[in-house]
Each structure stands twice: as C-alpha cells, then as structure tokens.
Design a protein around this ligand. Structure first.
Ligand code: MRU
Length: 358
C-alpha cells in the first residue's frame, strides 16, 4: 500500500508530518483552520493538491461539531476562513481555486430558500470530502496520460529512464501522485527502467520524500544532486523529464519547485522531452503568463541549516525563492487528467473543461 499523507473521517483530520520524514513517520492532528494554516505554512504538509485538500478539510473538521444560527453566519465563516487559508502559501493556486469553488457553493446555497442551514453545512462537508476522492482518480488519469505521452516518443517496447524533481507523489496529494503518478504508471506497465530523483535543495523534498516513496514502493530509483542534472541527461539516456506544478498560467508558463526552470533549460539543450503533470486545479487561466505568479520566499534558515545543523557561514545573506517559473517554450506538454496539451493549446483545451467540472 502506498503512503498516506492525509487521514480523514468526519470530524477528524490527521496529516503525516513531512518535516519529520524520512526518519520518523508521525501523524499529527489538525483540529481546525488555525492548525490547518500552520501545518501548511510550516510545510508539515506540502504539495499543491495536498495543501488545498488539507486546507478545506481543516475547515470541515472545525465546523463539524458547530451549530450555526443562520446560513448567512455559516457563509461568512466559510468565506473568511477559506480566504485566510489561501494566505498560508501564495504560489500554488489549488487552494485558491478550491476556496473560490466552495465559496460559490456557499453563496448559491445561501440564496436557495429550500436549503436549511444544516443541509448547507453538510454540503460543505461533502464537497470538501469529495476532493480527497477526486484527487486520487485525477492522479490516476494523469499517470495513464503521461505514461502514454512519454512512451509515444520512444521505441514502443523498450522500458524508459525518466527524471523527476521535488515530490509530487502520495505525500503531495491525496494519493498516487501527479508526476510521480506518471512514474508509477510506467512501472505498472513494466515500462520503467529507472527513475532518477533530484535532491531538491533546500528543503530536500526529493532526497527525503520522493526517495522515501520510491524505496517504500520498490521502484528502481537513484537519487542525484540538483547540480548533476546536466551530466545525467548527457550520459544516462533519459527519455523524459516529468515534474509537477504549483500554478500553470494560461500561456503554459509553469511555476514549480525552485530548480525546475534550470532542469527544463538543460533538457532542451539535450533534446529530452520536458513534461509538466498538473491537475486542472493547478491551472490558472485567469493569469495570462508566469509574470503574474507570486513566488513565495522562505526563511534563510532553510539554506543555512540542515535540520538543526548550520552548514553556511554565519553572517552570509541568502535568497530563498521556493519556486521558479519555467517558460512555456521549454515545455513539451502539460499532462492533465483530461489529456496532454502543448502550452499553445492549453487555454483553448482547458477553458471549457474547467467550467464543465464546476
Ligand atoms: C503534486 S505536487 C506539485 C507541486 O506542488 C510540487 O512539484 C512542488 O513544487 C511542491 O513544493 P512544496 O514547496 O514542497 O509545496
């Protein structure tokens, strides 16, 4: 069984504390929105889809035991608290899209005279819980679409070597993963010769989390440092790079974990296809390009220390953007649950489908 980052039952939410992995596997309770904001901001839970699911479920467990006098009060609670959760980490769009969707639902139910306040609360709980189920199904579809795209660029019957960055697996989602879902699907099809995962400094999502998942699930895998990617693509016959996304703009520019951009540049130089795997909930058609994406900057300590151990010279200043933007021109295809699209086709293909799914 693959790792489970989020455990939920009505009124109870726990997350696997990703700051402690891979040394300690410990679930911690999330009792409400304040806890939800903190675990997202501290990165005890991280990965764009997992952030959104935990955020919305943290409000679900908070309102579960509460009684609301009117629908207006409940609606204000939903709007205020979801917007607060959006502020925990600004780059990934999934929490914002989920918040907007749930606030719309609350607005509609407030207007609907046949709906009681109890029914309105239950509908919020159902919608938040539904995100857990739909995320896994979407990831499986992304896995199948992505494996197919990578294999279609190669000689059909030979297993492939791929490279991935950061952690996009079960730990970053409700399960299975996006880019790591593509890797998992290749393995299920017996078409994965090898996966290379980058260390992903400074937070080491690759070395700590992706490597943990790959070892746990017994996939043929090797860890490389971020600085080894050019050497790797030159010498190891890698068939494709597949990474996740925190926000894809309408023109296909993609914000993802810092270091993604330079991998895309290196992939272009070596003629290696570069894929972004992202659910529709990571695609932000409201912004025309990556220039409009706010990049979160995190504390210097992530660069100067590994755990409690200082590795940088005291007194040095640091720059620590958590994400970078890969220009669409470097992206071969964006793998979604509804198909694989070139950046140029993204807006046209996705706009109707995002509406359909609402
Ligand atoms: C399916 S996870 C997609 C992205 O969120 C992932 O690639 C990433 O950049 C995670 O960053 P993180 O800072 O660990 O939340």
């Amino acid at each position: 069984m693959s790792l489970q980052s989020i455990k939920y039952s009505p009124g109870k939410l726990e997350i696997l504390d990703q700051l402690l992995l891979p040394v300690i596997s410990k679930y911690i309770p999330v009792k409400g929105v304040e806890d939800g904001w903190k675990v997202i901001n501290k990165m005890q839970v991280r990965g764009a889809p997992a952030i959104a699911i935990v955020g919305c479920l943290s409000l679900a467990v908070e309102i579960f035991p509460e009684e609301f006098e009117t629908k207006k009060v409940l609606r204000q609670e939903i709007e205020g608290k979801l917007n607060y959760l959006v502020s925990a980490r600004p780059t990934a769009v999934n929490m914002k899209i989920a918040a907007d969707e749930l606030i719309n639902l609350a607005n509609e139910l407030t207007k609907d005279e046949s709906c009681t306040v109890q029914t309105m609360k239950q509908k919020y709980l159902d919608a938040a819980e539904g995100m857990l189920q739909s995320d896994i199904a979407d990831n499986k579809a992304i896995g199948a679409n992505g494996a197919n795209a990578i294999l279609s660029n190669t000689q059909k019957d030979s297993p492939v070597r791929v490279l991935t960055h950061c952690n996009t697996g079960s730990l970053a989602t409700a399960g299975y993963g996006t880019a790591l879902g593509v890797v998992r699907k290749l393995h299920e099809l017996k078409k994965l010769e090898h996966v290379y995962c980058t260390e992903t400094r400074p937070y080491n999502q690759g070395a700590r989390l992706t490597a943990f998942e790959l070892v746990h699930d017994k996939l043929p895998a090797t860890l490389v440092l971020d600085s080894m990617v050019a050497a790797l693509l030159r010498s190891k016959n890698v068939a494709g790079v597949v990474v996740g996304a925190d926000r894809v703009a309408a023109n296909g520019d993609t914000a993802n974990k810092i270091g993604t951009y330079q991998i895309a540049v290196v992939a272009k130089h070596h003629g290696v296809p570069f894929y972004v795997a992202a659910p529709l909930t990571s695609i932000d058609l409201k912004i025309p390009s990556g220039d409009h994406i706010i990049i979160e900057e995190r504390p210097d300590r992530e660069l100067t220390h590994v755990g409690e151990h200082r590795i940088a010279a005291p007194g040095i200043t640091c720059w620590n953007p958590a994400f970078d933007v890969t220009p669409a021109a470097l992206i071969t295809g964006i793998i979604t649950e509804v198909g694989v699209f070139s950046p140029e086709k993204l807006r046209e293909e996705i706009s109707s489908r995002q509406k359909e799914t609402k």
